[in-house]
Design a protein around this ligand. Structure first.
Ligand code: EPU
Length: 431
C-alpha cells in the first residue's frame, strides 16, 4: 500500500506551476472521437484519469501517441466500434462523455455505467433526457447504457436542464456537434471547461455559440478538421495551492493560471484577509501579514464558489479562529472527509448540507484516508498545519487529479513524501 507522509509545521513559500485542467482534458480527449482527422492536444495534465481516458480511446481503436509529458497526438480515424464496456470505462466518471461522442459519430453507443469519486447518488438522467430529445433510444442492459438512433444521425432539439450540470452540458454539446439542425441547451452550466470544450470543437469547424452563458446553441456540421489545441489551466489545482498557502500562513506565486477563472476563490481568500494579487497568468497569495478571519462559503455552479474546492477550504477554515459555515449546494454527500479532519483534532459538525467549523483548534498528525480526490487534497492541507506526522492512505484518489503533487508541494517547502508499505508492514520509502 502507498501512503503520503507529511510532517506538519512548514509554511509554504515559492512558486508552483499549475497543470492543464483535468475536467477539460477528460472531455476534450473523448471529443476527438468526433474529429475526421488527427489532433494534437497540449497542456494535458499527467494524471491517472487522463491516462485512463486515453487508454479507453486506444482500446476503441484510436492511435494515441504521447509526444511528451503534456502532449498527446490522437488519430481517431481507425475507431470502428461504439462499444466501450471494459473495466477502464467503469473506473472513471468522465467515461460518460463517450456516450455523447460515440453517438455523435456512430449514431449508436454502448458504454458501461461510469464510476469515479463517490459522494452520494450521481444520476445522469439529464444526459439521457437530452439524448432522447435528440432522437436516441436508451436502454440499460447488463450495467451498460445503450443509445441508438437506428443508424440515422441525431437531430437538433431544445433541451432544458432541470439542474445545472457540467457533465450533461458537455455531453449534449458532443452529441449535437454533428447532429442534423440546431440544438439549444437552456439552463446550461458555465464552467471554464465548458467554454474550453466549445473552443476546441469550434476550432475544428463546429458551430457552437453561447458557451459560458446559460443558453448554448449548436448547429450541426458534417466535417471536423484536425487541429493543435492547448487545454486551459486547472482552476481547482490552483485553488488547492492557494488554500494551502493561506492555511500555512505562507506566501506563494501560482503560475500558468487564468485569474478570471479564480475570481470566486480569490475573493473568498481576500474576505478572509489574505492578500491576492493578480497578474496576466499568475497570482500571488500572501497570508503572512495579518490574522485571518472566519468566513461562510456556499458552493454553487460557476461563477459561484466551486464544490471541488470545498474540502480544501474546510481544512483552511479549521485553522482560522471563529465559526465558519460551509453550505454544500451541489453534491448531496460531500462531507465524508470531515470525520478524517476530526481525527486530527478539527472541531467540525455536519448538519445536512452544512458543515459548521469551530476553527482555531490545535491539529495533530494522525493516520487518515483520502475519501475522494478533493478530500485527499484537504488531508494534505490539514497535515501541513498539524503538529507531528500524518499518514494519508487512499492516495490513488489524489493521483487521479493532481499532477506531480509531491514534488510541487516539496518545492514550496512542504515536508511530504510517498512511502510504500509492503504487506509485511515494513515501511519502505519510494522517494
Ligand atoms: N445531476 C443530476 N442529473 C444529471 C447530472 C447531474 O441530478 O443528469 C446533479 C448531480 O447529482 C449534482 C449536480 O447535478 O448534484 C451537478 O452535477 P454535474 O453534472 O455538474 O457533475 P459532474 O459532471 O458529474 C463534474 C466534475 C466534478 C464536479 C462537478 C460539479 C468531471 C469529470 N467531474 O461532475 O468534479 O464536482 O462537475 O462542478 O468533470 C472533481 O474534479 O473532484 C469532481 C468531482
Amino acid at each position: 500500500m502507498e501512503k503520503f507522509v507529511v510532517n506538519g509545521g512548514n509554511k509554504l513559500f515559492g512558486e508552483v506551476t499549475v497543470s492543464g485542467a483535468k475536467n477539460a482534458a477528460v472531455a476534450i480527449i473523448p471529443a476527438v472521437i468526433l474529429c475526421d482527422e488527427p489532433c494534437r492536444i497540449e497542456n494535458i495534465p499527467n494524471i491517472s484519469d487522463v491516462t485512463l481516458i486515453a487508454t479507453i480511446l486506444q482500446d476503441l481503436g484510436a492511435v494515441v501517441k504521447r509526444v511528451d509529458k503534456s502532449t498527446l497526438d490522437i488519430d481517431p480515424r481507425p475507431i470502428n466500434t461504439y462499444v466501450a464496456t471494459n473495466d477502464s470505462v467503469r473506473g472513471m466518471r468522465a467515461s460518460y462523455y463517450l456516450l455523447g461522442a460515440l453517438l455523435g459519430r456512430f449514431h449508436n453507443a454502448k458504454v458501461a455505467l461510469p464510476g469515479g469519486c463517490n459522494f452520494g447518488v450521481r444520476p445522469i438522467d439529464q444526459h439521457l433526457k437530452g439524448f432522447a430529445l435528440m432522437g436516441a433510444k436508451n436502454e440499460l442492459i447488463n450495467g451498460a447504457i445503450i443509445e441508438s438512433t437506428s443508424d440515422r444521425p441525431l437531430h437538433g432539439a431544445k433541451i432544458y436542464f432541470d439542474t445545472v450540470s457540467v457533465g450533461s452540458t458537455m455531453n449534449i454539446i458532443l452529441a449535437a456537434v454533428k447532429a442534423e439542425g440546431q440544438t439549444i441547451i437552456e439552463n446550461a452550466a458555465k464552467e471554464p471547461h465548458i467554454v474550453d470544450l466549445a473552443n476546441f470543437l469550434n476550432s475544428m469547424g463546429a458551430n457552437i455559440r453561447g458557451a459560458g452563458t446559460d443558453v448554448i446553441k449548436i448547429r450541426g456540421v458534417e466535417y471536423l478538421r484536425g487541429i493543435t489545441y492547448s487545454i486551459i489551466p486547472d482552476q481547482i489545482e490552483a485553488g488547492t495551492y492557494m488554500a494551502a498557502a493561506a492555511a500555512t500562513r505562507g506566501k506563494i506565486t501560482v503560475r500558468n493560471i487564468t485569474p478570471k477563472h479564480l475570481d470566486s476563490i480569490s475573493s473568498k481568500l481576500r474576505e478572509m484577509g489574505v492578500e491576492v494579487e493578480e497578474y496576466d497568468e499568475a497570482v500571488v497569495v500572501d497570508a503572512t501579514s495579518r490574522p485571518l478571519n472566519r468566513v461562510n462559503i456556499k458552493t454553487m455552479p460557476h461563477p459561484g464558489f466551486p464544490t471541488d474546492c470545498q474540502p480544501q477550504f474546510a481544512a483552511l477554515l479549521a485553522s482560522v479562529n471563529g465559526t465558519s459555515i460551509i453550505n454544500e449546494n451541489v453534491w448531496d454527500n460531500r462531507y465524508q472527509y470531515i470525520a478524517e479532519l476530526v481525527r486530527m483534532g478539527a472541531k467540525i459538525s455536519v448538519e445536512g448540507r452544512l458543515a459548521i467549523i469551530e476553527g482555531g483548534s490545535y491539529l495533530t498528525g494522525a493516520p487518515v484516508k483520502a475519501t475522494d480526490l478533493r478530500a485527499g487534497a484537504a488531508m494534505i492541507i490539514a497535515a501541513l498545519i498539524a503538529e507531528g506526522t500524518t499518514y494519508i492512505s487512499g492516495i490513488s484518489y489524489i493521483e487521479r487529479g493532481y499532477e506531480d503533487v509531491i514534488n510541487k508541494f516539496r518545492a514550496l517547502g512542504a515536508d511530504i513524501k510517498k512511502i510504500y508499505i509492503p504487506d509485511n508492514d515494513e515501511v519502505a520509502t519510494t522517494a
